[in-house]
Design a protein around this ligand. Sequence first.
Ligand SMILES: Cc1cc2nc3c(=O)[nH]c(=O)nc-3n(C[C@H](O)[C@H](O)[C@H](O)COP(=O)(O)O)c2cc1C
Length: 258
Amino acid sequence: MNEMKVTAFVGSARKKHTYLATERFLKSLQKNGDVDFEIVALADYNLKTCRGCKLCLDKGEELCPLKDDRDILMEKVRQSDGVVFATPNYSFQVSGLMKVFLDRFGYVFHRPEYFGKTFTGIVAQGVYGGKEIVKYLDFVGSGMGFNVVSGFLINTREPVPESEQVKTEKAIEKQSLRFYRQLARKEYPSPSMLKLMIFRMSRTSLKAALTEDFKDYRHFRDQGWFDNDYYYPVKLNPVKRTAGWLFDITARRMAAAN
Ligand SMILES: Cc1cc2nc3c(=O)[nH]c(=O)nc-3n(C[C@H](O)[C@H](O)[C@H](O)COP(=O)(O)O)c2cc1C
């Protein structure tokens, strides 16, 4: 198998627990197979805070008025087979650095593009609140189109007891194996019923509500998403095929009633 590229984006301004756990995770990944990795410390890049103009959503991400390193980071995601978002828990959420980064990718939730790529999240926390952040990152990854391997949490309250260090090492090893297996599959899985519903209802309502003037409309049309069963070619079983058809009809009726 060809070498696979994994890029980890770290949302801590210091190279401490989040960064070090990410590095150990990636090195552990290399024990499983031929993996090349890069760690991107978001603090080393110039990323401006979203101004909320919605040009990326409505007209196209290329029209974003902020001139910074966003496109460099996007290209790194595009060039990767696997991606990690790693963040400390700050005030029960991802760090500000990570959130600024995610907001700059906001349009990807409208026009997901990372199908076939593997994703996971890593969260470092002192005491409490990280589980919800892990779930949030799972959700973010899924919304962007990635194949998500549920993320994991490490506890870093100092001095970190040896038992906690052992627990972290085990979690890293287990997670890297799970990630590697998914990475090697390069899957385009059949969608869950929920994902199918979200795709079919959003594409049908989007077609009814928007026009050529909107980037979402043009993108969905150009990708064939107004006509296809799902974002990418899949063989739906008869139950999902019927459900997909019903989701389309329901969304069409809802659009007509509005
Ligand atoms: C501004 C700030 C807010 C924090 N908020 C939380 C929190 O809500 N819950 C928690 O468990 N730890 C919290 N922490 C602790 C960090 O999550 C913890 O120290 C983590 O290891 C930091 O990551 P780093 O070592 O990669 O910098 C906070 C730390 C900072 C600096």
